[in-house]
Design a binder for this molecule. Sequence first.
Ligand code: HEC
Length: 112
Amino acid sequence: MFFQSARTLRKLGLCISAVGLLSLSTPALSQSSANSINQMALAATCANCHGTNGVGVPNAGMPQINQLSSEAMLTQLKAFKSGARTGTIMHQLSKGYTDEQLQTISNILGKK
Ligand code: HEC
């Protein structure tokens, strides 16, 4: 009983210090790093299927996309969005992003 509550207290302490750290670090975020976090988060929406940074998932039908230049990636995404290119899922997904968001994502994930 004592050990259990001591453990609970310790967990609570960890939670409180984690919250403390968060509230300390949030105001320290500059506007530009907040923007780049938003942009990274946007590009991360592709990782579920295409793997981290677009490496692809071999043998699972999820193409590697990070070998495409940013320009080539954007061309494909716009083709999906306009309906010029069909697919199983990308023609639907791409419609959920503005052209500006697709540009941002292509800049991040495209081959450097
Ligand atoms: C639900 C899974 C899924 C997600 C999420 C997803 N894709 Fe795809 N993607 C696919 C599949 C599957 C294909 C093959 C074409 C098709 O069937 O739609 C594809 C094809 C592509 C292609 C064409 C590749 C080539 O070789 O021509 C590009 C570019 C691409 N995706 C980019 C993205 C980007 C950028 C995102 C994030 C905004 C994204 N995908 C999110 C599943 C996904």
